[in-house]
Design a binder for this molecule. Structure first.
Ligand SMILES: NC(=O)c1ccc[n+]([C@@H]2O[C@H](COP(=O)([O-])OP(=O)(O)OC[C@H]3O[C@@H](n4cnc5c(N)ncnc54)[C@H](O)[C@@H]3O)[C@@H](O)[C@H]2O)c1
Length: 305
C-alpha cells in the first residue's frame, strides 16, 4: 500500500457498485477516509433505493482495515449533496477530494425521448455533479486545496446513438470541470474528467443484436471497473499537482489524454461574408476538417486484451 491518500477525506458518489465501488475501495486502501455515497436505485434511476450497496462497500473497507461511512442521498438533490459533504466534515474533520461518479441511463432515440428521460439524466449527471462540487467548493477554497474528479463519456466526446440526454449531460460535465479548474486554480483546487470504459451493469444495458455486437460485448467484459480506479485515485493525490482541466480516457490498460475544442480551420473575408460566398468559399475551405459522424464504438476499432 503506497498510502498516497494518507490523511485525506474523500467523497465518492455512486460508489455502491461498478466503477465507484472500485474507486472507494482503492482510495481507502491508499489511506483515505471515505464517504461512500449511493442511493441504490436501478440503472434507469427508478426504484425506491436501497442502503445495501453503500453499506456493503463500507463493510468491505472496514474488513480490509480502512475507514468509511455510507451515505444514501441522491446527488440530484442539492440538500442531500450538502449533507454528503457535511457528513465527511463532521465524521472525519475535513474534505479533500470529490469523485462525481453517480449516474443513470435512459437511452431513447431522439424523436422518442421524453422530457422525463431528458430531465432525469441531466438531473443526476450534470446537476448532480454541480450540486456535490458546489457543496465542497467553499471548504476547498478555505483550506486552499482540494481535487475534483468528474465522469464524462465518449458518448458525448465522440458520439453515440440514442443518448442525447446522456451525451448532453456528459459534455456539460466537461464544461463544468473546466470552469471549476479555471475559477478555483487560485485556491489550489484542481478539477479533471475521466472518460471510462468498463463492463458494469450500465454497459450491460446496451442492446447487442448482431453476432458481431454480441462478440464485442463479450470481449468488453474483460474491461473490469477496477482498471479505472488507479487514475481517479491518482488525480485526488498530491502527486497530481499541476494536473488540472484535463480529460483522461481509461480503457483497461490504456490511459488517453483527450483533445479539447479549439478552432481547427478559419477563413476570413475582410468585406464580410455573403451567403453565396459562405457556400462557395467558406464551406469548401473548412469541409476537409469537418468532424466525422462516427459513434464511439466505431471510433475505438480494436478491443484491448
Ligand atoms: N462503464 C462505462 O463503460 C462507462 C462509460 C462512460 C461513462 N461512464 C460513467 O461512469 C460512471 C459510473 O458508471 P458505472 O458504469 O460504474 O455504472 P453503475 O450503474 O454500475 O454505477 C452507478 C452508480 O450510481 C448510483 N446512482 C445512480 N443515481 C444516483 C443518485 N442520484 N445519487 C447517488 N447515487 C446514484 C447507482 O446506484 C450506481 O451504484 C457514471 O457516471 C457513468 O456515466 C461509465
Amino acid at each position: 500500500m503506497a498510502n498516497m491518500l494518507k490523511d485525506k477525506v474523500v467523497l465518492v458518489t455512486g460508489a455502491g457498485g461498478g466503477i465507484g465501488r472500485e474507486m472507494a475501495l482503492l482510495a481507502a486502501a491508499e489511506g483515505a477516509k471515505v464517504v461512500v455515497n449511493d442511493l441504490g436505485g436501478a440503472v434507469d434511476g427508478e426504484g425506491a433505493g436501497s442502503a445495501t450497496p453503500a453499506q456493503k462497500v463500507c463493510d468491505e473497507i472496514a474488513a480490509a482495515g480502512g475507514k468509511a461511512v455510507p451515505n444514501f442521498g441522491s446527488v440530484s438533490d442539492p440538500g442531500a449533496a450538502e449533507a454528503m459533504v457535511k457528513q465527511a466534515v463532521e465524521t472525519f474533520g475535513r474534505i479533500d477530494g470529490v469523485i462525481n461518479n453517480a449516474g443513470i441511463l435512459r437511452d431513447r432515440i431522439f424523436h422518442r425521448m421524453s422530457h422525463l428521460d431528458w430531465k432525469q439524466v441531466i438531473d443526476v449527471h450534470l446537476n448532480g455533479s454541480f450540486n456535490v462540487a458546489r457543496a465542497a467548493a467553499n471548504h476547498f477554497k478555505e483550506q486552499k486545496s482540494g481535487a475534483f474528479v468528474h465522469f464524462t463519456s465518449t458518448s458525448g466526446l465522440i458520439g453515440n446513438f440514442g443518448q442525447a440526454n446522456y451525451s448532453a449531460a456528459k459534455m456539460g460535465i466537461v464544461g463544468l470541470s473546466r470552469s471549476i479548474a479555471l475559477d478555483m486554480a487560485a485556491f489550489g483546487v484542481r478539477s479533471n474528467c475521466i472518460s471510462p470504459f468498463a463492463f458494469t451493469r450500465m454497459i450491460g444495458t446496451i442492446p447487442a443484436d448482431t453476432p458481431q455486437q454480441v462478440a464485442r460485448l463479450g470481449r468488453s467484459k474483460r474491461m473490469t471497473p477496477a482498471k479505472v480506479a488507479p487514475m481517479a485515485v491518482f488525480l485526488l493525490s498530491d502527486a497530481a499537482e499541476g494536473v488540472t482541466s484535463q480529460i483522461f480516457g481509461v480503457r483497461m490498460n490504456e490511459i488517453m489524454l483527450f483533445s479539447a475544442n479549439r478552432p481547427v480551420r478559419s477563413v476570413h473575408n475582410s468585406e464580410g461574408w455573403t451567403l453565396e460566398q459562405i457556400a462557395e468559399q467558406a464551406i469548401p475551405a473548412m469541409k476537409p476538417h469537418f468532424i466525422d459522424m462516427k459513434r464511439s464504438p466505431e471510433f475505438f476499432t480494436w478491443d484491448p486484451v
